[in-house]
Design a protein around this ligand. Structure first.
Ligand SMILES: C[S@@+](CC[C@H](N)C(=O)[O-])C[C@H]1O[C@@H](n2cnc3c(N)ncnc32)[C@H](O)[C@@H]1O
Length: 284
């Protein structure tokens, strides 16, 4: 479970503390999302992971790699050059992660940093939905994960991305996806109300939020449910966090939704974060 533990530490960075407190117990493991159906631990020392959209931080990916797994990270934008990747590897060396002989490989690599990364670590850039990864075979990945990425995929690309993902995932592998549905601008200002983006019409939103990288697709968690199913995934577990300030505003009718969002229930509208465990095959 070590890989999942590290992943959860990364996830915990992105939840405001009060939300975590609501879960009653400290989150020091992703055990809480892994339900009874999960037959074994994720493979250690032989697992294959794919992180989609790590942005500027490779902390999780590097730790998974140090733990003996094969890791591919894939981001739309080349945030990192080999030097900053080397810097992050160096930092990880001094960290508390349990590592194997990979530590020695890494020390050797760091003495002569080359553009080629240490064996078993692949950094690729490009639009996931529109590109095939040469380095990965189909059905070769034990765990595909993403953290606050899915809400940035334009709706018209989402199905294709999910189909690419299901193609890489082993039939007994899992997908772990944390989706942040809150209005990111509001989020940054620290305001409690997180649904400000739902006041605008689709037309307005398309006109003013067309940039791909910062695009927010405004899909609600229930829409993602449909998308995952349509792409062929089975939902193995799901957790959602409802924003109480937004819910109060909805119940008091003090917030005016654009008509596109009227068919949703207040609860559906106010889900701020969702966490999905999805599989591509039937696991008993
Ligand atoms: C909000 S950032 C999240 C970064 C990181 N996961 C985190 O939690 O800090 C979204 C990231 O997804 C990447 N991204 C967006 N669309 C993508 C796509 N279609 N394929 C790959 N990466 C994508 C962006 O370049 C960006 O690095």
């Amino acid at each position: 479970m070590h890989g999942l533990y590290l992943l959860s530490r990364r996830l915990s960075d992105f939840f405001p503390v009060p939300l975590w407190l609501k879960l009653q117990r400290p989150i020091d493991s992703l055990d809480f999302v892994l339900p009874d159906w999960w037959p074994t631990e994720l493979p250690k020392n032989s697992g294959t992971y794919l992180e989609i959209g790590p942005g500027k931080s490779l902390a999780t990916a590097i730790r998974l790699w140090l733990n003996g797994n094969t890791v591919t990270v894939w981001d739309l934008y080349p945030w990192l050059n080999s030097q900053s990747i080397a810097g992050q590897f160096l930092q990880a060396l001094s960290g508390d992660c349990i590592s194997s002989n990979r530590k020695e490989t890494l020390k050797a690599w760091l003495k002569h940093p080359k553009t080629q990364f240490p064996e078993g670590f692949i950094y690729s850039t490009g639009l996931v939905a529109l590109r095939e990864l040469q380095e990965l075979r189909s059905q070769s990945v034990d765990c595909v994960y993403s953290i606050r990425v899915m809400e940035h995929i334009p709706v018209q690309d989402l199905h294709k991305l999910l189909r690419v993902m299901i193609g890489f995932q082993k039939s007994d592998g899992i997908g772990l996806h944390l989706i942040d549905h809150s209005f990111h601008a509001t989020h940054a200002k620290g305001s409690g109300l997180s649904i400000g983006h739902l006041a605008y019409s689709n037309l307005w939103w398309r006109l003013f939020h067309s940039q791909r990288l910062y695009h927010e697709n405004r899909l609600r968690a229930c829409d993602f449910h449909q998308h995952f199913i349509r792409a062929g995934f089975t939902i193995k577990d799901y957790k959602e966090w409802v924003n109480p300030t937004s819910l109060q505003a909805m119940e008091q009718k003090s917030f005016k939704l654009s008509k596109e969002f009227l068919p949703y229930s207040a609860q559906e509208i106010c889900v701020d974060q969702s966490l999905w465990v999805i599989s591509s095959g039937d696991i008993i």
